[in-house]
Design a binder for this molecule. Structure first.
Ligand code: NI
Length: 396
């Protein structure tokens, strides 16, 4: 057996790369691109990968880029994913590398995720200590909601064209100490659905309510009734959220309007609970509005599914983190979060794990105009991806 392949990446191996990684991250930060517009980011990624000897495929599901490298005779294959898009937020960090595009910023750290994966790409290509295939998946449009980048890459044949045994992704975590890894097997991020309810009543004069069907009264009672779905229909051992985030109707004191609309955000951690929520909301709203003599239109839209990390892959990913940074810098189990991620679509098709990497205890939260990715994570993140690939593709 080749002993060289028994030697795995250590955290300090990437220390020398800190300079170019930081420079790359800040360059991406300065030039953020919104979902579906990541042309320049994708071009930078493709150019670097090519220069390091990766086989590069561009235009996968839009601006997606896949870098592939096969070494030795190992049959296994691993996919590592980074997201590339920015958000429609006006940056307020005041940093020298602040976004040059008005109203667009990397407020979720995807600039950092992309750079970390580039760091691993460079190091894996240089050290060549694996036997099998590595696919680096640079994904566009993670923030897009419906029809997001993960869905598009899968529809464009990601797993048929670049077959893998498992897929891994990471997200930085504000509020968690810098460089601390977090792992959770099973449901770790929520499914996120939305629902728009339009109550159609019959408008009229405020002084003659008996001749109208008041949509404001119906909407008001719906706000209360909807809270019974979580409290009285969902098994209390499960988590579910129904938030009514918007309510609009009417424009004058003395007029009963024709209609009222409610906007709901619905979160869950379990496919069955998710179905039950939709079914109960539809049934309750329909019957409730009918009881008041109104009519209703329900536009229920499924967003990202639950992120479900598979047991063996999560355990493997956790072990690799412990080897790299020691158990004191690994949180397991990491508490599930009620945010959502389109990485969930990959995990519906392949085993894998979506892990967290602390962005610092004092870091502003994600999607905040003051948020910035912590550059200290770049080398440890790149070392982690490198070691994960080396260990996954260790010769047997
Ligand atoms: Ni994000």
């Amino acid at each position: 057996m080749n002993d060289r392949l028994r030697c795995f990446c250590e955290a300090q191996d990437l220390t020398g790369a800190a300079g170019w990684l930081t420079e790359t991250r800040r360059r991406l930060h300065r030039h953020p691109e919104l979902s579906f517009q990541e042309a320049d980011t994708a071009a930078l990624v493709a150019e670097r990968l090519q220069a390091w000897g990766w086989q590069v495929t561009t235009g996968v599901g839009g601006h997606g880029v896949v870098g592939t490298m096969t070494l030795g005779n190992g049959r296994k294959s691993i996919a590592l994913r980074a997201d590339m898009d920015a958000l429609p937020i006006q940056e307020a960090t005041g940093k020298p590398w602040q976004s040059v595009h008005d109203g667009v910023m990397h407020a979720c750290g995807h600039d950092g995720h992309t750079t970390i994966l580039l760091g691993a790409a460079q190091h894996l290509a240089q050290t060549r200590r694996f036997s099998g295939t590595v696919h680096l998946v640079f994904q566009p449009a993670e923030e897009a909601g419906k029809g997001s980048g993960a869905q598009r890459m899968i529809e464009d044949g990601l797993f048929e064209r670049f077959p893998c045994d498992a897929i891994f992704g990471l997200h930085n975590s504000p509020g968690v100490p810098t460089g601390t890894f977090g792992f959770m097997h099973g449901a770790s991020m929520a499914a996120s659905d939305s629902c728009r309810i339009t109550v159609h009543g019959r408008g009229g004069h405020a002084a003659r309510p008996h001749q109208a069907v008041d949509p404001i009264l119906i909407a008001g009672s719906l706000v209360v009734a909807l809270q019974s779905v979580v409290s009285r229909n969902i098994d209390p051992r499960h988590t579910a959220i129904v938030t009514i985030g918007s309510m609009h109707s009417g424009s004058a004191y003395n007029v009963i309007p024709d209609s009222a609309t409610l906007g709901l955000s619905i979160r869950s951690f379990d496919a069955e609970v998710r179905n039950q929520l939709e079914q109960r909301i539809r049934a309750l709203v329909t019957a409730h509005v009918a009881g008041y003599g109104g009519e209703v239109t329900i536009d229920y839209e499924r967003g990202y599914p639950v992120v479900v990390n598979t047991g063996p892959e999560t355990e493997f990913a956790r072990q690799v983190a412990e080897e790299l940074v020691g158990p004191e810098r690994v949180i397991s189990p990491f508490p599930p979060v009620t945010g959502s991620e389109d990485f969930a679509y990959y995990l519906e098709k392949k085993p894998g794990c979506f892990l967290r990497l602390g962005n610092g205890a004092d870091s502003p939260m994600l999607h905040n105009p003051r948020y910035d990715f912590n550059d200290e994570l770049l080398t440890v993140g790149a070392a982690y991806w490198t070691r994960l690939a080396e260990r996954f593709l260790e010769p047997v």
